[in-house]
Ligand binder design. Structure first.
Ligand SMILES: [Zn+2]
Ligand SMILES: [Zn+2]
Length: 486
C-alpha cells in the first residue's frame, strides 16, 4: 500500500472558515458521543506532474435524522439520503468525494479494519457507477477534531496514497521535502521560527502588476524570504515611473525594460541562486497566464485597473488561492488640501465575500476597461474612466506594500486571524487606518464567490434520485470497529 516515489503529492486544503463551519455542524450532529460523518465534494486541480490538489466546492453534514443508526461504536446512513447526495454532487458537477468520520473513542484516530474494508468497496463503487469516475478521499478524526489520518483510494479500491490535509490559508508543506538548514541571511528573523522561514522559502507568489506598488511588494516579501515568483505585467518602464521604482534607472527606460524584467532583477539581486522567478510580459488575458497563476500559493494584484482585479479574483475563487489586492488613490480637495489613501484587501479564502460583491471594485468600470479602445474613448470623453496618469508617490505605495507584506507574514506565521477576510484603508494626512467590518461585506449568494454548504436533513429537496440505480454499499461501521479499538 505504499506509493511509488515518482507519484504526485496529494493535497486537500479546506479554507479555515469553511472548516470551522464544518466542524461545528459535525458536533451538532451528535447528541452524546456518537460517531458522525460529513462530506466535502471537491474539484481536482492538477497543479503540476508532482502536485494534485482537491478543492472543496461544497460540504454536507447530515443531521441526526439522516442516520438509520448512530452510536458511539458505529453508524449507518439512510440509503436514500446517501443516494441523494451522490446524485446531487457526482453526476453532473463531476466532483470527487471526501468522506470524513469521527471515532468516538479517545485518541489516536486511526483507520480501523472496518474502515479499510468498507472504503475499499466504496472506492470501487464510486468509480464504476459514475461516468466521471470520482475518487474517494477519506479522513478519520477523534471526537474533538484534533487528530486525523488521511488517504486517497485508487479506483479499484486496492491501494491508497497519503494525503496532505490542511485547514489553513496556505497548503501544508510536502511531506517529502527535505529539511533545509537555516540560512544565515535570516538570522534576525529567527524569532519567528524555522517553520515560518521554511514555509516562506517554499511559498510561490503570482504578482499581477509590477509597477509602483507591485515592485515594492516584491522587494519586501523577497527580503522576508519568498523565493518563488511568477510576475505578470505587459508594460515597459517609462520615465514617469522613475519617481517610485526602487533602484530603477534612466538606462533601463532607454533600453525599454519590461516591468517584469525589472522586478525579476530586484529579486535576483536578493537571490542570485536558489530562487525561481518567471517573468511573463503579457496581459492577464493571454492563454497561458491563468495556468501560471493557478499554480501559485498566493495571488497578489497591484494593478491600476478594475478589469485585471476582477480576473484575478475569479482565478482566486476558481483555484481556491488566497488573494491580496493593493491600491492607492490621491486627490486634492477644493480647498487645496491633498487626501491620500491606500487600501489592502484580502477576501476570505473559500468565499463569503469577494472584490465584486464587496464592492471593492466596480464591475461597470471593469467592463468598460475590457471593452474595445473605441468604446473606451467614448466612455473616457463621457467621464467614465479616469486618466491613466493617476497621481502616485513612492512613500504612499510603500505603506500599502509594507502593510500587505505584514499580512502575508501574519498569515504564514499564524499570528493574524483573517478567517473572514479584511479590508483596510489608510487615510493621510490623518494617518489613520480604517477597517471595514467583514459582516458588511458578506454576501451569501454572490454570482462569483458563493459556495454550496450546509447541514443537511434527510428530507432535503430533490431527494431519492433514480430508484433503479444500483444501491451504494451500506454505511456499516458498527460493532467490529470498537472491537479493534478496545
Ligand atoms: Zn472508522
Ligand atoms: Zn462575491
Amino acid at each position: 500500500m505504499h506509493q511509488p516515489d515518482n507519484s504526485p503529492e496529494i493535497y486537500l486544503q479546506i479554507p479555515p472558515q469553511m472548516w470551522q463551519q464544518f466542524c461545528q455542524a459535525m458536533s451538532q450532529a451528535r447528541t452524546h458521543n456518537e460517531e458522525t460523518i460529513g462530506f466535502f465534494f471537491c474539484q481536482r486541480h492538477q497543479v503540476s506532474k508532482r502536485q494534485i490538489r482537491y478543492l472543496p466546492r461544497a460540504w454536507v453534514v447530515p443531521t441526526p435524522d439522516c442516520y438509520e443508526r448512530q452510536s458511539a461504536s458505529g453508524l449507518v446512513l439512510k440509503q436514500e439520503f446517501h443516494l441523494y447526495l451522490l446524485n446531487a454532487y457526482l453526476r453532473s458537477p463531476g466532483l470527487h468525494v471526501v468522506h470524513i468520520h469521527t471515532h468516538a473513542h479517545p485518541t489516536p484516530a486511526l483507520f480501523s479494519d472496518v474502515d479499510d474494508r468498507y472504503e475499499s468497496e466504496y472506492a470501487r463503487f464510486l468509480s464504476s457507477h459514475f461516468p466521471k469516475k470520482p475518487r474517494l478521499i477519506s479522513g478519520v478524526f477523534d471526537a474533538s477534531f484534533q487528530q486525523s489520518q488521511w488517504r486517497l483510494w485508487d479506483r479499484k479500491g486496492l491501494s491508497y496514497a497519503p494525503v496532505n490535509f490542511s485547514h489553513t490559508w496556505f497548503q501544508s508543506a510536502a511531506t517529502r521535502e527535505a529539511i533545509a538548514s537555516p540560512e544565515l541571511m535570516f538570522a534576525r528573523q529567527k524569532i519567528f521560527g524555522t517553520a515560518f522561514q521554511k514555509q516562506l522559502g517554499q511559498l510561490s507568489v503570482a504578482l499581477i502588476g509590477c509597477g509602483g506598488i507591485g515592485s515594492i511588494f516584491a522587494e519586501l516579501l523577497g527580503r522576508l524570504g519568498v523565493k518563488n515568483w511568477v510576475l505578470i505585467d505587459p508594460d515597459r518602464l517609462e520615465t514617469v515611473n522613475l519617481n517610485r521604482l526602487l533602484a530603477a534607472t534612466p538606462n533601463m527606460v532607454e533600453q525599454q525594460w519590461y516591468k517584469v524584467e525589472y522586478v525579476k532583477y530586484l529579486l535576483k539581486r536578493i537571490y542570485p541562486t536558489g530562487s525561481s522567478v518567471t517573468a511573463v510580459p503579457a496581459a492577464l488575458s493571454s492563454s497561458t497566464v491563468p495556468g501560471e497563476i493557478a499554480a501559485c500559493d498566493l495571488i497578489v494584484v497591484a494593478t491600476d485597473n478594475h478589469y485585471s482585479r476582477q480576473i484575478a479574483q475569479e482565478l482566486a475563487v476558481k483555484y481556491m488561492r488566497p488573494l491580496i489586492c493593493l491600491g492607492t488613490h490621491i486627490d486634492v480637495k477644493a480647498d487645496g488640501q491633498p487626501r491620500m489613501y491606500c487600501r489592502v484587501t484580502v477576501p476570505p479564502l473559500g468565499g463569503g465575500w469577494c472584490l465584486m460583491c464587496g464592492n471593492i471594485i466596480n464591475l461597470q468600470r471593469a467592463a468598460l476597461e475590457s471593452a474595445s479602445s473605441d468604446l473606451q474613448q467614448i466612455a473616457g470623453s463621457a467621464g467614465y474612466l479616469e486618466a491613466i496618469d493617476d497621481p502616485a508617490v513612492f512613500w504612499l505605495n510603500s505603506i500599502c506594500a509594507s502593510t500587505a507584506v505584514g499580512i502575508v507574514h501574519g498569515l504564514v506565521s499564524g499570528f493574524l486571524q483573517l478567517d473572514s477576510g479584511i479590508d483596510r484603508i489608510y487615510d493621510f494626512p490623518a494617518s489613520t487606518w480604517h477597517q471595514t467590518a467583514p459582516e458588511y461585506l458578506a454576501t451569501p449568494d454572490c454570482y462569483f464567490c458563493s459556495s454550496r454548504s450546509s447541514q443537511r436533513a434527510s428530507n432535503a429537496p430533490d431527494c431519492f434520485g433514480n430508484k433503479e440505480q444500483e444501491s451504494p454499499p451500506q454505511w456499516f461501521w458498527e460493532a467490529q470497529e470498537s472491537d479493534r479499538l478496545a
